[in-house]
Design a protein around this ligand. Structure first.
Ligand code: S3P
Length: 168
């Protein structure tokens, strides 16, 4: 359909999985949900992987998952929020498709993630200020990786997907 892959990047809770699912339904694209693929491959939760083997091990899994996609097209990839922390991952995404950054305000993200125990990097981060600080640390990386940026605040899924298609 597009002839290339679409990589959705952005901070935790920006709606990457939901948007990917909408692309699957609307355009019949195959989804790669990075976290879920890693959980299935390792047979344990993201939190358990972090706890047992550490973040570096998890980041290696992300890199090999992406590299394993080499040559694929028309996939919608919901990337883990930290998948862009490695330059080699960004280069791979650029070679294999377009990178779409989803953004949301720290307040919206806080509401979405506050009761979720499945994100190890957010454990103990109980305030909007802490989320905001983490987002600030990653802002430049996200923005420099992105081909297009879509702010999701106050927008319906339909509008978000329409904006993505228009901007791509
Ligand atoms: C992470 C984001 C998570 C998951 C892991 C680390 C991050 O994915 O990969 O907990 O470093 O931002 P989501 O963005 O899908 O929550």
């Amino acid at each position: 359909m597009f002839g290339y892959n679409i990589f959705l990047i952005g901070f935790m809770g920006t709606g990457k999985s939901t948007v990917a699912d909408t692309f699957r339904k609307q355009y019949g694209m195959e989804i790669v949900e990075m976290d879920q693929a890693i959980v299935e491959k390792e047979g344990m939760s993201i939190s358990d992987i972090f706890e047992k083997y550490g973040e570096e091990y998890f980041r290696n899994l992300e890199t090999s998952l992406l590299k394993g996609m080499n040559g694929a097209t028309d996939k919608i990839v919901s990337c883990g929020g930290g998948a862009v922390l490695r330059k080699e991952n960004i280069s791979f995404m650029k070679e294999q498709g377009k990178i779409v950054l989803l953004t949301a305000s720290p307040e919206v993200i806080f509401c979405r993630v506050k009761n979720n125990k499945g994100r190890p990097l957010l454990q103990g981060k109980n305030t909007v200020e802490e989320i905001k600080a983490m987002m600030e640390n990653r802002k430049k990386i996200y923005e420099s990786a992105a081909d297009i940026v879509i702010c999701t605040d106050g927008k319906s899924l339909e509008i978000i997907c329409k904006e993505i298609i228009e901007k791509l």
